[in-house]
Design a protein around this ligand. Structure first.
Ligand SMILES: Cc1ncc(C[n+]2csc(CCOP(=O)(O)OP(=O)(O)O)c2C)c(N)n1
Ligand code: SF4
Ligand SMILES: [Mg+2]
Length: 256
């Protein structure tokens, strides 16, 4: 077991579900180290926001980018040195608002990187403004009378853009989150995990998700794009989590 803790003081709100993502990532890294991955060959990038602080709390190579630029940075790092394992951490505001153009193109290119999105449905660090995934009616700093927009479905956008590994998980289910995170990192190609991550200070969705998240069926076929699009768009009482889609396609860095 490698000690991945750092000296940095953790400034997340006490009880924030980001702590679970941090634990899951450190556990997954240690599992990967025990099967041969070299710590020096791992790089994490992060955007700006509460999520971005995660780079301060893991003792590996890291690069905190501009807001919404963690995917562009990760793509560049991987292209410059393809032997590195590159994992980008983003917020929902970060990835799906400021950075969405980079996201779409990274998925289209099938860059061999992993993106983990802390989707808390708010701009957390700046105290609760609306983001593309905020629910209709959400009342926050920038929408005091309630958001009038329908939320974006990021996984539908990513599937349509060409991502070759698309998954959703819930930060409250640590074991499942770890399994999916590890498979995403091991996937050869652009992998993305939308992590439902309640922000307990500005949008506490813990009860909401606890009642609704469910696993995909055991025999769900992960190579059917049409089926994945239907599943990620499902809008019922339950919120399916798991790997919706995984296929092998030529990788950007190999073809470049
Ligand atoms: C280009 C740019 N726009 C706006 C900001 C201000 N800003 C800093 S953090 C943040 C919110 C981040 O929200 P999100 O990406 O969802 O991450 P969270 O804090 O929720 O983890 C914003 C708007 C900035 N730093 N840079
Ligand atoms: S504002 Fe929300 S996301 Fe940010 S640390 Fe606090 S609880 Fe976590
Ligand atoms: Mg957010």
């Amino acid at each position: 077991m490698i000690d991945l803790n750092t000296q940095a003081k953790n400034t997340w709100c006490p009880g924030c579900t980001n702590f679970l993502i941090l634990s899951a990532f450190k556990n997954v890294l240690n599992e990967l180290f025990s099967t041969g991955l070299n710590k020096d060959n791992v790089v994490m990038t992060a955007g700006i926001g509460c999520h971005g602080k995660i780079a301060d709390y893991v003792n590996i190579n890291s690069f905190i980018s501009l807001h919404g630029r963690e995917v562009a940075t990760a793509t560049g790092i991987k292209l410059a040195n393809p032997k590195l394992t590159v994992v980008a951490f983003a917020g929902d505001g970060d990835a799906y608002a400021e950075g969405i153009e980079h996201l779409v193109h990274a998925a289209k290119r099938n860059s061999n990187i992993t993106l983990l999105v802390h989707n808390n449905q708010v701009f957390g660090l700046t105290t609760g403004q609306v983001t593309p995934t905020s629910v209709k009616g959400y009342k926050g700093r920038s929408t005091p009378f309630g958001s009038v927009e329908e939320p974006l479905n990021p996984l539908s956008v990513l599937l349509s853009s060409g991502a070759t590994f698309v998954a959703r998980t819930y930060a409250g289910n640590l074991q499942e989150m770890q399994v999916i995170m590890k498979k995403a990192i091991q996937h050869k190609g652009f992998s993305v995990v939308d992590i439902l991550q309640p922000c307990i200070s500005f949008k506490d969705t813990r009860e909401y998700f606890k009642e609704r998240v469910c696993e995909l069926e055991k025999n769900y076929p992960t190579d059917k794009l049409d089926m994945a699009l239907v599943e990620v768009r499902s809008n019922g009482d339950k919120i399916p989590c798991g790997i919706f889609y995984q296929v092998q396609k030529p990788i950007f860095e190999d073809s470049f």
